[in-house]
Design a protein around this ligand. Structure first.
Ligand SMILES: [Zn+2]
Length: 316
């Protein structure tokens, strides 16, 4: 495993543990065999996953199973002593998947999903493939559940050609989380976008743009804001229906493959019939925060039935 987002493989884990413990891993449990006081768990993924997002855990875990949209098998693992506390959150996963499927217009890309709530203080959340890893103890963890779930689409199923394309992963995960928060009346989208815009203005000169970060260590933290702002602005300019078509087309074209920023630009231009190259590049490679993303008047001219493609829209 190369620990690079473009490196994908089908993965099998064989983990032998004392039989009073449970071994958990990315993918589906294929079999368990017990010999004496040891149990061997074999997990595998049906399709390719990025090898940078595999997960293995061993401990006292309780498995919670359910059925998601379209019969998707769900399984989550929570610390055995926190089963009651985490259950209300785990029980929301099926509906969360249905929501993300509706937004992107495409089925969840793997053979199973669920969360791993680690024992002890994990202190982070990670989009480990088919099995997101995160803490679940307060309603504030629900947006994180959406963020990691969206990463299964963008970041995992569509992984990245290079680390400079990380906004495709973090921008999408963050953008749909804000949409979820708006729809569930947690935080209005406008308020979230304004706050994020200020953040980008304050931080971009120090971190560099998401496509050319100054410090590689910022790759998971400094790619969220610019990525989601670019997507929000794109939505504002093309409207919800075309935006959804761009997202669905991009996702389905690069599902189980890798994609670059240029690949996203190509799909946005092709689907919208307009040229968003300069607009998208300004958010991903620009040294300064671009103008606030608002809906610009659609600069198209009709010639009979033909809509002529025009250059990038102006921002005011
Ligand atoms: Zn993320």
């Amino acid at each position: 495993m190369n620990d690079h987002p473009s490196d994908k493989a089908r993965v099998t884990f064989r983990i032998t543990v004392p039989k009073n413990l449970t071994a958990v891993a990315t993918g589906t449990l294929r079999r368990t065999t017990t010999k004496g006081d040891r149990t061997t768990y074999v997990y595998g993924t049906r399709g390719p996953i990025p090898t940078e997002v595999v997960q293995v855990a061993v401990g006292r875990y309780k498995k919670i199973t359910a059925t998601g949209p379209g019969g998707l098998p769900l399984r989550s693992y929570v610390p055995a002593d926190q089963a009651d506390k985490t259950r209300p959150y785990v029980d929301q996963i099926g509906k969360q998947i249905a929501w993300v499927q509706k937004m992107i217009g495409s089925a969840y890309p793997y053979e199973t999903y669920g969360v791993l709530v680690p024992q002890g203080d994990y202190g982070a959340a990670l989009e480990t493939a088919t099995l997101s890893t995160l803490g679940l103890s307060t309603p504030d963890d629900v947006p994180t559940m959406i963020h990691e779930l969206v990463h299964q689409y963008f970041g995992n199923a569509v992984s990245l050609k290079s680390w400079d394309d990380m906004w495709i992963s973090e921008g999408h995960a963050s953008y749909y989380t804000l949409r979820y928060q708006e729809e569930k009346k947690i935080t209005p989208l406008k308020e979230s976008v304004e706050r994020t815009y200020e953040y980008d203005q304050e931080n971009r000169s120090e971190t560099g743009p998401p496509g050319w970060l100054k410090d590689p260590g910022d790759v998971l933290g400094s790619t969220n804001a610019p990525g989601l702002l670019m997507l929000h602005g794109l939505n504002q300019q093309v409207g919800e229906a075309t935006f959804q078509k761009i997202e669905k087309t991009f996702f389905e074209r690069f599902r189980h493959k890798t994609a670059s920023t240029q690949d996203y630009i190509n799909v946005a231009n092709e689907v919208s019939g307009r040229d968003f190259s300069a607009y998208i590049k300004s958010w991903i490679y620009g040294a300064k925060t671009p103008p606030y993303p608002t809906s610009a008047p659609t600069p198209t001219q009709t010639e009979g039935h033909k809509v002529r493609a025009v250059g990038p829209p102006s921002h005011t």
